[in-house]
Design a protein around this ligand. Structure first.
Ligand SMILES: [Zn+2]
Length: 295
């Protein structure tokens, strides 16, 4: 919708949305054939047929208009079963005559920010489809970062390790497009690509002396280049570590696919998670001073 809306149109016909929508699904099917919990989707079957050259674009578009948007518009403004207060579009008409009117909320998202949003959404989706591809639900996945490449690696066990792409895309949305430490804006595609670093809140170098896994997503955030350099291998004060607990709670409350990995690493209840993070902080404090804070 952002792709079509930023072209300046005040209304979008459902058939115009069908092409970019179906093509995204077709691209994801090429990466991973499983794209839904229900294996018998007629729409996904049409996308597979398009990928293999059995049907043309017009046939794919008709299939998308009749079947592809099932539940999509209905679910768009719902989070955790409740309507969100914002409206990003108004839908009019029915069937192939549906027209989408984007609101200011949607049109206000600029192209660069929308690219960041897309990166974040893609990262979520890669996590879910990768979980399916290795035959587990997202609840059973472990998620760690490869420090050398900054890729997030998901696994069920040692034999099923898969990269789901650069870790910073998984964190950007939950920091409101800002540096975790100093809140400088990292909300455009250029800033994410050039100025954003994935940082271990409790330094990676302490990991081998600790019982808590610090290479795990619960301990990773996006930082600007200045904070990344200033923090380097230093251990932050507790207030900073406590904020990562709060960030993790957002993942858990919003049903993000990283939710279960964070719960498995830090605890089932909020009280347990506070204790885990406090213990990790105390353990790290025995190894180095806990005094760094963002300027
Ligand atoms: Zn910063």
């Amino acid at each position: 919708m952002l792709e079509v809306a930023t072209a300046g149109s005040e209304s979008i016909r459902v058939q115009d949305l069908a092409v970019p929508f179906a093509k995204r699904i077709c691209d994801h099917l090429k990466i991973e054939d499983r794209q839904a919990t229900n294996p018998s989707s007629n729409f996904l079957a049409a996308c597979r047929q398009y990928n293999s050259g059995e049907i043309d674009l017009d046939t794919l578009v008709s299939s998308t208009i009749s079947k592809g948007f099932r539940y999509v518009f209905d679910a768009f403004h719902q989070v955790a079963g409740e309507d969100v207060p914002q409206r990003f579009f108004i839908l009019e008409g029915s069937g192939g005559n549906r027209v989408i009117h984007p609101t200011e909320q949607l049109l206000g998202i600029n192209r660069s920010t929308s690219a960041v949003l897309e990166g974040e959404v893609e990262a979520r989706w890669r996590l879910v489809e990768t979980a399916w591809s290795i035959g587990v639900s997202a609840q059973l996945l472990d998620v760690q970062m490869n420090g050398a490449t900054e890729e997030l690696i998901v696994s069920r066990d040692l034999d099923t390790r898969k990269s789901i792409g650069n870790a910073k895309w998984a964190f950007s949305g939950y920091q409101d497009g800002k540096c975790f430490y100093c809140s400088v804006e990292l909300d455009t595609i250029d800033l994410v690509m050039t100025q954003t670093h994935v940082d271990h809140v409790i330094p990676h170098s302490l990991g081998k002396f600790m019982t808590t896994d610090v290479d795990h997503v619960w301990n990773l955030v996006n930082a600007c280049a200045d904070c990344n350099l200033s923090k380097s291998n230093n251990m932050p004060e507790y207030a900073v570590v406590e904020r990562v607990y709060k960030r993790n709670e957002y993942y858990i409350q919003s049903n993000h696919p990283l939710k279960d990995a964070i719960i498995r690493a830090t605890g089932k209840t909020a009280a347990e998670r506070v204790r885990t993070i406090r213990r990790a902080f105390d353990d790290a404090g025995k190894l180095m001073p806990t005094s760094w804070n963002p300027r």
